[in-house]
Design a protein. Structure first.
Length: 339
């Protein structure tokens, strides 16, 4: 199936990181000095294009470095959820700035799903890998223009992704960084990355990922509000075959629900609760699981409460009376596997 990427030494990795960051910074700084010294319309146009390309390259390097740090320190360990491969690729292309002039030629065989982490690590790493594979060297990326093709199929019990990349990918700084991050990330998911034989036109990156396991345990969404009618409306609005709705009517019940098993996967929390207040429930929820998504419900004129909730880790806010559509969109964004 091809060879695994050669293990990158610490010196090579540091060198790649340094060059990847220093190049765009030098471009931005250089053009900034030129613009300050010269009043030239043509220079301004050229500088805008070059600075934009440098910013794109910096963004990709920033994401790869964050990924490396997270994987090396064990910070990537959040709950996984199944997503269709098509959705993962759509997010990957968007996060990796990999579509400029036209959509890439993507072929997906069958109805395949893989497991992703709630914060989008798989899409982010894959997006940066595609961008590095197809970059023209100046920060701009045009997948279709560069002849790149991505195919997805199922083989040997694994989901196989094949990416046609430019032949120098393994030799330049951006490619070294993206390949190293991707190798760690795919291994974290129980998969692998192999590099095929290079030709004058391209090399093939072969990625294997395990398909998502079919879980028999539904996700749990907890609705915490002292108003029976509000809890019913909330429950009807976000009803889903993939999620179980559990309820609490005051702070005491909410704390017991959080301390019990199985714990909720998302919390919809009224800020003004009888008993322990919403702030206490939110703080306890984040202490148990810092990554638990929490939607806080507040009333008009409670800006100071929003500030406190944000400082305690609230992920989203809705103001009563809220729109059912806004509620549904918020829950879908924070817990996409439930829909």
């Amino acid at each position: 199936m091809g060879d695994s990427p050669r293990e990158t030494s610490g010196e090579e990795l540091l060198s790649a990181v340094g060059h990847t960051l220093n190049g765009p910074v030098a471009v931005i700084g250089g053009y900034a000095h030129l613009l300050a010294a010269r009043d030239d319309d043509q220079l301004r146009v050229e500088a805008a294009a070059q600075i934009a390309a440098a910013a794109t390259a910096l963004t990709a390097a920033h994401e790869d470095i964050l990924t490396l740090v997270a994987l090396e320190t064990g910070a990537v360990g959040r709950r996984r959820a199944p997503l269709p491969v098509g959705v993962v690729l759509e997010r990957a292309l968007r996060s990796g700035n990999a579509v400029v002039e036209a959509a890439p030629r993507v072929s997906i065989e069958g109805d395949l799903t893989v497991e992703v982490l709630a914060d989008g690590w798989l899409s982010r790493v894959l997006g940066n890998l595609i961008a590095a594979a197809c970059s023209d060297g100046a920060g701009a990326v045009g997948v279709a223009r560069d002849g790149a093709c991505l195919s997805v199929s199922s083989h040997g019990g694994m989901v196989q992704l094949r990416l046609r990349a430019r032949p120098r990918m393994q030799a330049d700084d951006r490619g070294i960084l993206a390949l190293h991050a991707a190798t760690l990330a795919f291994a974290h998911y129980g998969g692998s990355l192999h590099v095929g034989q290079a030709t004058a036109e391209a090399i093939e990156l072969q990625i294997a990922l395990p398909p998502a396991a079919r879980s028999e345990v539904p996700l749990r969404i907890a609705i915490i509000d002292d108003d029976d009618a509000v809890r019913r409306i909330l429950g009807l609005t976000i009803a889903s075959d993939a999620a179980e709705i559990v309820e609490a009517s005051d702070g005491v019940e909410a704390l017991a629900l959080l301390d019990g098993l199985p714990r909720p996967d998302l919390l919809i929390l009224d800020w003004r609760l009888p008993g322990p207040r919403g702030s206490e429930v939110l703080a306890h929820a984040k202490q148990i699981d810092a990554h638990l998504p929490v939607v806080v419900l507040t009333a008009n004129g409670e800006g100071e409460h929003r500030e406190l909730a944000a400082s305690l880790g609230a992920d989203a806010f809705l103001t009563k009376p809220f729109s059912p559509i806004e509620l549904l969109e918020t829950v879908r964004r924070l817990l996409p596997a439930a829909f």
